[in-house]
Design a protein around this ligand. Sequence first.
Ligand SMILES: NC(=O)c1ccc[n+]([C@@H]2O[C@H](COP(=O)([O-])OP(=O)(O)OC[C@H]3O[C@@H](n4cnc5c(N)ncnc54)[C@H](OP(=O)(O)O)[C@@H]3O)[C@@H](O)[C@H]2O)c1
Length: 228
Amino acid sequence: MSRGVVVIGGTSGIGREIARHRAERGDEVVLTGRDADRARTVAKEVGAARGLGLDLSRPREIAGALTDVGRVDHLVLAGVSRDANSVTEYDIDAAIHLVTLKLVGYTEVVHALRTRLHEDSAIVLFGGQAKERPYPGATTVATVNAGVTGLVNTLATELAPIRVNAVHPGVVGDSPFWSDKPQDILIANTPTGRLATMRDVVDAVDFLLGNRSVNAVNLNVDGGWLLR
Ligand SMILES: NC(=O)c1ccc[n+]([C@@H]2O[C@H](COP(=O)([O-])OP(=O)(O)OC[C@H]3O[C@@H](n4cnc5c(N)ncnc54)[C@H](OP(=O)(O)O)[C@@H]3O)[C@@H](O)[C@H]2O)c1
């Protein structure tokens, strides 16, 4: 059965792989990025039905950007910008940008699409394992990823029977952000002896969206990082 899938932050990395995978499966995919032209180009590349421009850090404009979206069976919130921040040298503007993008922006997308979700719809939010194992510069990233856990709980409660889950990847070795960075120490600290791949994360998202009894789950996809 073809489903209506919306991938917010679908122009790059894991979001793009999710959009490509679901389009290949015959679903009607809408993907978004900040720039509408780029989103349309990527939509063509991956076989998605449409690409839309939407800036998560400008929540008041989100509803307008999503006006034309129809029925939503599966909603994936994957957008992120990289914020290198520390409490010692705190960049307030950068922090406000990322907190707005991930927490207010994600919530406003759900609010804006609320009437197009139905009782069998499912939502997956992206957090990340920086919340458990922060690295230098991860002050805001760790904060918002932990915030995603709270968001899952409140959305799953308020929107029931719509299911809401989150995926929390560790470092995804073949994602654009990490693929050109040193990985030896990260691999050595991963019990499985390999970093998670984009394919692994797409698979986890499919599971969370598809399994009708999995709800309010925060799923780690990190090869067991927390064991080390
Ligand atoms: N990669 C990893 O190792 C890793 C690990 C843990 C968690 N995660 C999480 O997984 C998700 C995907 O990560 P990724 O590495 O695949 O990301 P990515 O390649 O950097 O892609 C980020 C996406 O977000 C969009 N975006 C950026 N700023 C935006 C804004 N202000 N408004 C709306 N969209 C915006 C980008 O589109 P445009 O540039 O076209 O606007 C792009 O589609 C993120 O939520 C991230 O926190 C990733």
